[in-house]
Design a protein around this ligand. Structure first.
Ligand SMILES: [Zn+2]
Length: 371
């Protein structure tokens, strides 16, 4: 393991921050895998998976089994990790402007299209090299205007030319689930199975440009724009949600890290006996069919369904009880599917989303991710 530090733009003169990066295997070797944890800085379940992954990769490296290259950023957001408001950590949003740290990554597809148009050939490997070079050049030209943008640019420069990108997150209270591009769901199906994912949510475009899509979308869209040239899906990126905020334990994280390793063995990044892929626990469903459960009134939230439960459209998910009157209204699921996440605080205001159900029918358009 080679560890390096990348200095980030100072938040203020003298207030320097840095990213710590671990590299395993041979620089430039393929497949190249990029893993980062806690882009939303206070999401510790991903951070502990990265911790166990580092330990397991160290052991595999000592055995000479790393065939490709693995880049691991175990704590991807030092800006967010230092933020607190009234004692509470705030790792999801940049306090300077309210921007979500997992939104607003640059979409360089238009510029990359112009750059590669005359260079693409009839040979897929050449096209992959040409496109990776173009993406890195366009990204290098992003004129950043804040410490958070410098952070985003630095992370994306580490990831955008990888074959696989794993962005390790968690939800509020949830079962294991992941987000990916529809063109990557088959490739990543064994990963979902190794992790025991209960929902796989796919979208061409989720809206607001999250990190994983900044890595994966260029390949899908360039293939669409140049149908006569072979352009494979050369970067499979996924946002992995390691359950809920409180799910931080060695007992969960050690097998989660082992699941990532199993996938990397399957894909030839790590040498070893090819593991048997367990049966999938779910089929991919459209992110546009992931239905929020809405609180019909303000009040205490008394859940009648747990995360991981299968619900039917119209079924009661929670009672919402007005603390002043005692009146109770019911919050219903709008779709059939697994209820894969719900809020932590057991109080909601009218119209608030209190849970998510992975429905199979596309019902939503526009921005598909929450705030
Ligand atoms: Zn997150």
């Amino acid at each position: 393991m080679r560890t390096e530090q990348i200095r980030l733009s100072p938040l203020a003169p003298g207030a320097n921050l840095s990213l710590t990066i671990h590299r395993f295997g041979t620089a430039g070797a393929r497949p190249r895998v990029y893993v980062q944890a806690a882009l939303h800085a206070d999401e510790i379940p991903g951070m502990i998976v990265a911790h166990h992954l580092r330990e397991q990769l160290l052991a595999l490296e000592a055995e000479g089994r790393i065939e490709g290259e693995i880049v691991l950023v175990p704590s991807a957001n030092p800006i967010g990790l230092a933020q607190k408001v009234l004692g509470e950590p705030v790792g999801r949003f940049d306090l300077s402007n309210g921007m979500n740290f997992n939104r607003g990554y640059p979409n360089v597809i238009a510029e990359a299209t112009a750059r590669v148009e005359a260079l693409l050939t009839g040979e897929a490997d050449t096209n992959v090299r040409v496109i990776r070079d173009a993406l890195l050049i366009e990204l290098s030209e992003w004129k950043t205007a804040s410490a958070a943008e410098v952070l985003k640019k630095t992370l994306l420069e580490l990831a955008i030319d990888a074959d696989y990108v794993f962005d390790l997150h968690c939800d509020s209270e949830a079962v294991m689930h992941l987000y990916t591009h529809p063109l990557s769901s088959d490739e990543l199906a064994p990963l979902a199975a190794f992790l025991g994912a209960k929902a796989v949510l796919v979208a061409d475009v989720s809206g607001d440009d999250p990190f994983d899509e900044a890595c994966s979308r260029p390949w899908a869209e360039l293939a669409g724009r140049f149908p006569d040239r072979p352009i494979p899906m050369a970067c499979h990126a996924t946002t992995l949600e390691f359950r809920g905020e409180m799910d931080v334990s060695d007992e969960l994280a050690r097998p989660d890290a082992a699941a990532l390793i199993s996938f990397l063995i399957l894909r030839g990044v790590i040498a070893g006996a090819v593991p048997v892929v367990p049966p999938a626990q779910c089929a991919p469903t459209p992110l546009a069919g992931s239905e929020p459960v809405i609180a019909p009134a303000s009040g205490m939230v008394i859940f009648r369904k747990n995360v991981g439960d299968t619900v039917k459209a119209g079924e009661v998910v929670a009672d919402i009880v007005d603390p002043l009157t005692g009146n109770a209204l019911q919050a219903h699921s709008a779709a059939d599917g697994i209820m894969f996440a719900r809020i932590l605080l057991r109080f909601a205001s009218e119209g608030q989303r209190i849970a998510k159900v992975a429905g199979t029918t596309v019902t939503r358009t526009g921005k598909l991710l929450g705030a």
